[in-house]
Design a protein around this ligand. Structure first.
Ligand SMILES: *[C@@H]1O[C@H](CO)[C@@H](O)[C@H](O)[C@H]1NC(C)=O
Ligand SMILES: *[C@@H]1O[C@H](CO)[C@@H](O)[C@H](O)[C@H]1NC(C)=O
Length: 192
């Protein structure tokens, strides 16, 4: 079989390519052709990435005098829909460290969720966790995902972040223990 030789040969080519790739990146705007490219340098994937696990309680208050969750739009058929299909809800929900709303506030979940399921209660969630506590103050975590709210655990993607969470990725798991309870969000985020 020649497979082995071919593999070795292509590995060698790949290695040569990798070794020379750094040289292929144009020197920053030295020839003026790409003046909008300010730098382009190799990224080390071996340094410093860590995974943090946070637990927040997400309070979606849509009744009472001070709702933090308001329905802003719906489709003509939404009122007839048993799954809220077509409803769009804007939120600025408190994130606290305990299930009680009076525990420490560490951020807010800002964004929206929308009824996306025709047959089941499934929401599209698109929100930023905007943190305000201590070293995390000003950093945000961007979450987009599918939330089938009657499931015990709903997993959604972390698609990025800002501040301490620049270039981050990860996932969240949401759990609701009882009606009218806040939702527990366990956040698993890889960041630097
Ligand atoms: C809602 O359902 C009722 C009863 O089935 C029906 O008469 C009505 O046309 C429906 N409305 C919409 C907007 O689909
Ligand atoms: C977070 O930072 C903002 C802006 O720097 C500041 O006004 C605010 O007091 C800080 N919040 C907390 C809880 O430290």
């Amino acid at each position: 079989m020649v497979t082995c030789k071919c593999t070795t040969f292509s590995s060698l080519l790949l290695l040569l390519f990798l070794l020379s790739a750094a040289n292929l990146v144009p020197a920053t705007s030295s020839d003026g052709a790409y003046s909008y490219l300010l730098s382009s340098k190799p990224v080390s994937h071996t340094t410093g990435e860590k995974q943090s696990h946070f637990r927040f309680y997400w309070h979606d208050i849509f009744t009472g005098p001070n709702p933090t969750s308001v329905r802003v739009a719906e489709a003509p058929g939404t009122k007839n829909s048993s799954t809220f299909f077509g409803a769009v809800v804007m939120i600025d929900d408190a994130l606290t460290i305990g299930p009680d709303l009076n525990t420490k506030l560490v951020g807010r979940a800002q964004g929206l969720y929308a009824g996306a399921g025709l047959k089941k209660i499934e929401f599209l969630m698109a929100m930023n966790f905007v943190l305000t506590d201590g070293i995390y103050n000003g950093s945000t975590i961007a979450i987009i995902g599918h939330n089938e709210v009657l499931n015990e655990v709903r997993e959604m993607s972390i698609v990025g972040g800002t501040g301490l969470f620049r270039l981050s990725r990860g996932y969240v798991q949401a759990r609701t223990f009882a009606n009218n309870d806040p939702v527990e969000y366990n956040v698993f985020i890889n960041h630097y």
